[in-house]
Design a protein around this ligand. Structure first.
Ligand code: GUN
Ligand code: ZN
Length: 640
C-alpha cells in the first residue's frame, strides 16, 4: 500500500509498505549484481540505501546462486536485511533476444526466493521500431501481465508490471490503461534506457506524461534504468517515484564521477566538487585509483540529489530545482520546454497544490504554462469589477498600501506573468509571491497588452499609468485628483478575495457586512462579521483566509458541492470528524473537483451536514483514488 505525505508539481513524497517495512519515495534502488558484490549490500544500507534491486534471472541461471537463494532466500544470499526488489530478466531479453524461462516460472521463482518486490517478464521494446512490431510486443507484455495478475505467487510479493510501447505515445497510453485494470502494486515505465543513453529526454518526458495520465494515482511509478541525479528531479516532477541505477558502479569502473549536473572523467579532474565522506575523507588521487571509492562517491551523489528533491517537494519549490537541473544540458532544457509548452497544462493543474510555501520564480517562457498561471486566468473571470472606471497600474512587488479598488474605481495591476491582477487579490498567492526577470520580454509585452485590452471591455472609463503607454496601451491620464480617490474599500477587497477563491458571487455570501483589522505590517489580518465575531484570519504567507467556526458556517452557504469533501456513510467516522480527527482517503465518497492539496475545505456527510473544516492534503482526483493516507487535515469538527 502506498500513501502520500507531501506533494509538489506531479511529484510526491510517499511511503510504500513492503512486507511491514516502509520505503520512503522518491527512492533510487542501487542495482546489485548477484555475481559480484563489490560493494556489499550491507554497506549500501550504512549509506542509507534501505532497499536494493537485483536480478532474479541471473540468480536462477547460476546453479550455485539458485540453490542458495531457494534454500536461504535472496536476502541471505545478498546478506542484506533491507527490502529486496528483483527484476525478471526482461532486460536480458532485451540484450540477447531470448531467455530460457517462462513468464510464470520467473514470477514463481521471485516469490520462492522471498523477494519483496518482483517484476513480470515484460518485453522491453526498442525505440523507433516499426509500429506493428511495437504493438505486437506490447500485446505480449499485456498478455503476460494479465496472466501474472492471476498467479498464486503474486499474493506473496508486491508485483510490478511495466508500461511498454516503444516511442509511440498512444501505445504507452494504451499500455497504462490496460495495466491499470489489473491492480498491480507498482507500475513501471520500461524500455527507456536507450533514450536516456542518447539524451533523448524530450521523448522520455513525454512517455512518462502519457503513461502517468492513465496509471492509477495511488500506486508508485518506477522508471526503469533511471538514476542519474541530473534527470531525477524532472522525472519526479512528472510523477515518477522509484528508480534504479547500476550507473554508480558501471560508471566507476569507467572512471566516471557523477554529479547532479552531469558526469566527469575523474582522470581529468583536479578538484572534487563534493563534500561526501569519500571526497572529503580521501584525496582525489586516491579516488582516481580506487574504483570502489568512486562508486561510493557516485552513490552519495545519487542519495544527495534524492534528499534535495524531497526537500524541494517539502518546500514546494520542485520546479525551481528542475529549472536549475535542466540547465545542465541542452537536451534536458529541451525536455523541460516540451513539458511546459502548454500541451500538458491540464495534467499539471490537476496535481499542483492550491498554495505553496515558496515564491513563484520565473525561469523562462515555460513558466507561463504552469498551473498557477492557468488558474489565475480562470479565477480572474470570477471577479466582478467594483466600478465602471478602471485604473491600470504597473505591477510592483507587493508592499502594503491603502491603494485599491472602491465603488468609483477598479484598481488593477499588470504583471508580465499573470496579466491583470485586481488589487482586491494582490496579496493572494502567487500574485504577491512571484518574481520575474527584467527587462520584460517581447512576448510578455504582447500578452500584457492583449490582457489589458480584453479586460478593458468591462469598463466605460480607463485610466492608465504613464509607464504602460510603452506597451502600446492607451487610456486617460491618472491625474492627482483621481490618484487621491484610489483608496481601497475593505468590503470590496473581501468580495474580490471570496470570488477569486470560491467562485463568482461567493465573496458577497461569505463576507457581506464584514469589517477588517489590519496587522502592524499593514496587511489585512482579521475579518469580523457585523456582530464582531471573528470569521477568518488572513494567512500572512499567502493571503488565504483561514476560517473560524463562525466563518465556516458562512462558507457552508456556498452551493453544494463547492469546497466540500463528502464522506461515505459511516456513523463512527462522522463522530471522529466531529471531534476534530483527520479524514482518511478511504472514507471520502466524493468531493468538489476544484479541490487541490492545500485547499481549505468543508467536510460533510451525504446529507451535506457539516462535520468539520480543514486543509486538503490531496487533490480531488487523489482523494478519490487513494485507499490509504490522510485526505484532510481537520482544523476543527462540528459536534452535533
Ligand atoms: N530494466 C531496464 N529497462 C527495463 C524494462 O523495460 N523492463 C524490465 N523489466 N527491466 C528493465
Ligand atoms: Zn563525493
Amino acid at each position: 500500500m502506498f500513501e502520500i505525505k507531501y506533494k509538489d508539481a506531479c511529484g510526491r513524497i510517499g511511503t510504500l509498505d513492503v512486507n511491514g517495512k516502509k520505503l520512503e519515495t522518491p527512492y533510487v534502488f542501487p542495482v546489485v549484481n548477484p555475481n559480484l558484490l563489490e560493494i556489499a549490500p550491507k554497506e549500501l544500507k550504512k549509506l542509507g540505501f534501505n532497499a536494493v534491486i537485483t536480478n532474479a534471472y541471473i540468480i536462477n541461471k547460476n546453479p550455485e546462486l539458485r540453490e542458495k537463494a531457494l534454500k536461504l532466500g535472496v536476502k541471505k544470499l545478498l546478506d542484506f536485511d533491507g527490502i529486496v526488489m528483483t527484476d525478471s530478466g526482461s532486460y536480458q531479453l532485451y540484450g540477447y533476444g531470448s531467455v530460457n524461462i517462462t513468464p510464470e516460472e520467473i514470477i514463481s521463482f521471485q516469490a520462492k526466493i522471498k523477494s519483496d518486490i518482483g517484476v513480470i517478464l515484460d518485453i522491453p521494446s526498442k525505440p523507433d521500431i516499426k509500429r506493428e512490431e511495437a504493438e505486437k510486443e506490447l500485446e505480449e507484455t499485456l498478455k503476460r501481465a494479465r496472466e501474472a495478475s492471476k498467479l498464486e505467487a503474486r499474493k506473496k510479493i508486491l508485483l510490478v508490471s511495466t508500461v511498454q510501447g516503444s516511442t509511440f505515445l498512444d501505445l504507452r497510453e494504451r499500455a497504462a490503461k490496460e495495466l491499470a485494470k489489473l491492480n498491480f502494486d507498482v507500475y513501471a515505465i520500461g524500455g527507456v534506457v536507450p533514450l536516456m543513453e542518447s539524451y533523448r529526454f524530450t521523448e522520455l518526458a513525454k512517455i512518462i506524461i502519457h503513461a502517468k495520465r492513465y496509471l492509477p494515482l495511488d500506486k508508485p511509478v518506477h522508471l526503469f534504468g533511471a538514476g542519474h541525479p541530473m534527470m531525477l528531479s524532472l522525472a519526479c516532477a512528472l510523477g515518477c517515484d522509484l528508480f534504479d541505477s547500476a550507473s554508480y558502479s558501471l560508471y566507476a569502473k569507467d572512471g566516471r564521477y557523477i554529479t547532479e549536473h552531469g558526469t566527469l572523467h575523474v582522470s581529468e579532474m583536479n578538484y572534487a566538487p563534493c563534500n561526501c565522506p569519500i571526497c572529503s575523507g580521501h584525496g582525489l588521487k586516491e579516488i582516481k585509483e580506487d574504483s570502489k571509492l568512486l562508486a561510493l562517491h557516485n552513490l552519495y551523489a545519487i542519495k544527495g540529489e534524492i534528499e534535495r528533491i524531497k526537500e524541494a517537494i517539502n518546500q514546494n519549490s520542485l520546479w525551481n530545482l528542475v529549472g536549475q537541473r535542466c540547465r545542465a544540458h541542452p537536451k534536458l532544457l529541451e525536455a523541460l520546454n516540451a513539458v511546459l509548452s502548454g500541451e500538458y497544462e491540464k495534467n499539471f493543474e490537476e496535481m499542483e497544490p492550491a498554495t505553496k510555501s515558496s515564491a513563484f520564480f520565473y525561469f523562462g517562457k515555460g513558466c507561463m504554462h504552469r498551473a498557477e498561471v492557468v488558474r489565475h486566468a480562470e479565477r480572474l473571470k470570477n471577479i466582478t469589477p467594483s466600478a465602471k472606471s478602471l485604473v491600470l497600474l504597473p505591477y510592483r512587488q507587493y508592499y502594503p498600501s491603502k491603494t485599491g479598488s472602491n465603488e468609483k474605481y477598479s484598481v488593477c495591476y499588470l504583471s508580465p506573468i499573470f496579466g491583470i491582477i485586481p488589487s482586491e487579490v494582490e496579496e493572494v498567492y502567487p500574485l504577491a509571491q512571484h518574481i520575474f526577470t527584467l527587462p520584460i520580454e517581447e512576448y510578455q509585452k504582447h500578452m500584457m497588452k492583449r490582457a489589458a485590452y480584453e479586460y478593458m471591455k468591462n469598463f466605460s472609463h480607463v485610466f492608465i499609468h504613464n509607464s504602460l503607454r510603452e506597451l502600446g496601451i492607451e487610456g486617460e491620464e491618472i491625474t492627482s485628483d483621481v490618484q487621491k480617490e484610489l483608496v481601497r474599500n475593505d468590503e470590496i477587497k473581501l468580495f474580490g478575495i471570496g470570488d477569486y477563491l470560491f467562485g463568482k458571487g461567493a465573496g458577497k455570501i461569505i463576507f457581506e457586512n464584514c469589517t477588517v483589522k489590519y496587522a502592524k505590517t499593514k496587511k489585512m489580518r482579521q475579518v469580523f462579521d457585523k456582530k464582531r465575531n471573528l470569521i477568518a484570519t488572513i494567512r500572512a504567507s499567502d493571503g488565504i483566509p483561514i476560517f473560524t467556526k463562525q466563518g465556516t458556517l458562512k462558507l457552508k452557504k456556498l452551493k453544494f458541492p463547492r469546497s466540500r469533501v463528502v464522506l461515505k456513510k459511516d456513523e463512527e467516522v462522522e463522530n471522529f470528524i466531529r471531534k476534530g480527527k483527520n479524514v482518511f482517503a478511504k472514507f471520502v465518497k466524493d468531493c468538489d473537483s476544484d479541490i487541490r492539496a492545500g485547499s481549505e475545505v468543508l467536510v460533510v456527510n451525504e446529507k451535506d451536514e457539516l462535520l468539520g473544516y480543514g486543509k486538503a492534503v490531496l487533490g480531488a482526483r487523489e482523494m478519490l483514488a487513494f485507499e490509504r493516507g490522510m485526505a484532510v487535515e481537520v482544523r476543527f469538527g462540528f459536534e452535533d
